[in-house]
Design a protein around this ligand. Structure first.
Ligand SMILES: Nc1ncnc2c1ncn2[C@@H]1O[C@H](COP(=O)(O)OP(=O)(O)OP(=O)(O)O)[C@@H](O)[C@H]1O
Ligand code: NI
Length: 356
């Protein structure tokens, strides 16, 4: 295994701080309609103990990115590039060419994932408790001792451990199932937790309460969290950094509050503009016009040029790289400075989270 260190994005902090380095990672599917590239040369350092939010429209590749963090792309999808995991005390490994048995060990123990749709993550014929016991057993842990830990985790998530462990998923509410899944993913005390739309099916109150629980759990367990969502305003106050995906690529990344206040990429700006305000009249809503790209037919040049109000000929031909636009902030746009003037948006209350 060779680990390259030359092409890290400029604004990222030194490599030693990164717990996961994603380098030129792509995912392809061979389909009847042609080859489909559903993640396109993504490079990003995930810093130890940060909360990284990954946002973008439905179908832009967020779940592919999440699955790549565990080399868990569904068959027959093919992941290429590098996903280097750097444990605090130990040798770095590239998950992309790690043997299956080592990968199985690393999942849950080092990098854990809550997949999209908590309900489907539990086997309907098994009680919740059996999932915890099974996970401990599969990783050769002392089951009694781990079940004790499971009870503590469930309590931390304001659940009644005995009731939850003795129930089937369908006997619980969506919020309870989701919290039980979070507890399960923390059972083996992982370093990194990847959460794919963990609050999508829940009401706003439950979404907010799960997010505040996650902040607490993150501090207590020194976790690195990758939080995937299509709901930008939900996470801006909670995540340290935001990565914005469009058409299977990261088009902007930077400190969350800075990206929200001074977005560089026209797509990020359009996304912020499209956020509905609770008190604004309907006619003031601005959904992003046009359709999100088809992975079999990605536009040439900048893939956003077909929807971008400031795109010109250059954007149709040349593909923009991520460039630094602000301290620790990068965007993939030739005309990001122009976008500041021409793609306007207003921030309304709520978008920065409750505490700002
Ligand atoms: N098994 C598969 N085979 C082929 N293409 C797939 C497969 N799963 C997903 N895709 C395609 O990959 C692209 C990225 O999908 P992905 O699930 O990562 O999007 P997403 O951003 O997570 O969307 P959502 O917000 O709806 O969850 C989409 O165009 C999707 O149609
Ligand atoms: Ni998804």
């Amino acid at each position: 295994m060779s680990i390259r260190s030359d092409n890290s994005p400029r604004s990222d902090r030194p490599e030693e701080d990164a717990i996961i380095e994603v380098r030129d990672a792509s995912v392809e599917f061979d389909m009847d309609r042609g080859r489909s590239r559903v993640m396109n040369d993504v490079s990003l350092n995930i810093q130890r103990e940060e909360i990284l939010g990954v946002v973008g429209e439905s179908g832009c590749g967020k779940s592919m990115f999440a699955s790549a963090m565990l080399d868990a792309i569904v068959e027959p999808g093919l992941l290429t590039g590098q996903v280097i995991y750097r444990p605090e005390n130990g040798e770095a490994v590239d998950l992309v060419d790690l043997p299956d048995d080592e990968l199985d060990e690393l999942r849950w123990e080092e990098i854990s994932m809550c997949f999209q749709g908590a309900m489907n993550s539990f086997n309907p014929t098994m009680k919740i408790g059996a999932h915890f016991a099974e996970t401990a057993r599969a990783h050769n842990r002392d089951v009694d001792e781990r079940m004790e830990h499971a009870r503590d985790l469930l309590k931390e998530l304001y659940l009644d451990p005995e009731r939850i462990l003795d129930s089937y998923a369908h006997e619980l509410s969506g919020g309870m199932t989701q919290r039980a899944l979070i507890a399960l993913s923390l059972l083996l005390e992982p370093e990194v937790l990847v959460m794919d739309e963990p609050t999508a099916a829940l009401d706003l109150l439950m979404q907010r309460s799960i997010i505040s629980l996650l902040s607490k759990i993150k501090e207590e367990h020194d976790l690195t969290v990758i939080f995937i969502t299509h709901d930008l305003p939900l996470v801006t106050g909670f995540v340290d950094r935001l990565a914005v995906m469009y058409a299977f690529e990261i088009v902007e990344v930077g400190p969350s509050s800075q990206v929200v206040k001074e977005a560089s990429h026209p797509y990020t700006r359009a996304l912020l503009r499209s956020v509905p305000s609770l008190d604004a009249p309907l006619e003031e809503m601005h959904p992003i016009e046009g359709e999100s790209p088809d992975p079999v037919n990605i536009p040439t040049g900048c893939s956003y040029h077909t929807r971008c109000p400031i795109a010109d000929e250059r954007c149709e031909i040349e593909e923009p790289e991520l460039i630094e636009t602000n301290a620790d902030q990068e965007a993939a746009c030739f005309y990001w400075e122009q976008a500041q003037d021409e793609v306007t948006y207003t921030l309304h209350s709520g978008i920065m989270g409750d505490d700002e």
